[in-house]
Design a protein around this ligand. Sequence first.
Ligand SMILES: Nc1ncnc2c1ncn2[C@@H]1O[C@H](COP(=O)(O)OP(=O)(O)OP(=O)(O)O)[C@@H](O)[C@H]1O
Ligand SMILES: [Mg+2]
Length: 408
Amino acid sequence: MGDNQLFGAGFGLFTLGVAASVLRKGSAVALQLLRRRLMTTLEIPVSDHSYHWVLEWIAHRPDMSCHFSVKTAFQKLHSGKISTGFAFVPSPGSHYMWLGKLSCSKLSECGKLHIPYETVTLTTIGRKKEVFEDLLLQARTFALQRQKNMTLIFKPMGAEWRQFGEPQRSRPFQSVMLAAGQSEKLWNDVTQFLHSQQWYIDRGIPHRRGYLLHGPPGCGKTSFITALAGELECSICILNIGDWTLSDDRLLHFMVSAPPQSIILLEDVDAAFLDRSSEVQDPRRQGMNMVSLSGILNALDGVVSSEGRIVFMTTNYIDRLDKALLRPGRVDVKELVTYADAEQMCRAFRHFYPTENTEHAEVFSSNLSKFTEKVSMAQIQAFFMLHRTDPKYASENVNEIIKASFIF
Ligand SMILES: Nc1ncnc2c1ncn2[C@@H]1O[C@H](COP(=O)(O)OP(=O)(O)OP(=O)(O)O)[C@@H](O)[C@H]1O
Ligand SMILES: [Mg+2]
């Protein structure tokens, strides 16, 4: 009897355990089924353009739960002054908000080893995909409104292009003064290219164009590309050819996967043609990759290419570049951006001192042109900044620019 009681109690407990486990499993399956039938989920990976738009949009919603991460922008200016700015982004985890009729969204992020891989998962009650379309459209409009007159900079990180720093205020196109007609010529070429996709398709030519700006330092190559990107409302994707983590395959991958409506910028492209054999011997570089000449040539003119791709390259030493790089198809437009001529000097003066009598601009330009020493626009800009309140002094003491150029 005693035995039977023990057995009965044991059997009872066993049955309860099995029942509980079945119940638990069953409820999990039921929940899963319920989720599948009653909820719709959208996953946005970090590599997608909407990712940043959605995060920004969520962070600015009034009904957003108060759980943020801080993103601090830190900048040390040349003067030594430090400026900081704080931006709040939704923290990793779940956030709930009301979007129209009884629907809610959930956000989650996860990290994977060293490469930060993040996704935003949106979940809504109901089976209406349109909620997501609406949400993405709202997020896009909101982000583009905030990015108006801003230029986004992208750099490769891991296997993806990632936005680098905060959006930069676009540089006004007119603030970069190249030789007469040069900016207009480049502008016309780029805009014609962007508007002639069908023309390229009809003739079976890949829709891509390469530009090379070459010339001495400080004459406006980078500034022009930045201003052009701002005017075209494009972002800039910077690829550093000298980067030891960039292999031929990665270069090709990044060329093909650049975000839409962007300019790919290869600065100091001559770095690829340096003799790096001594560096290769360096034990610290063992096992690391580097871009080869054929890697660059293939990336610029290979079989794979994204539609409407614009590549800008810059160099101070065009004579160091291989002829194969300079041929049409890789470099379609070559422009020399060089020292300031008399007309540029005049324009620069008027740009810096807009209320000043134009005579002073003429005096400045004719005084400066008398010197045999060539000056870059960067030197002129530095000189004007030094005498920003005294244009008369600036126009009459141009020799100080020449003297200063010997210091560097
Ligand atoms: N043509 C120009 N018009 C207006 N500003 C200019 C011009 N050229 C240079 N500057 C000024 O000089 C500075 C340096 O210019 P930038 O970086 O564009 O030169 P760069 O040609 O790219 O030089 P590097 O070959 O050394 O990279 C910038 O602050 C820019 O404002
Ligand atoms: Mg530059």
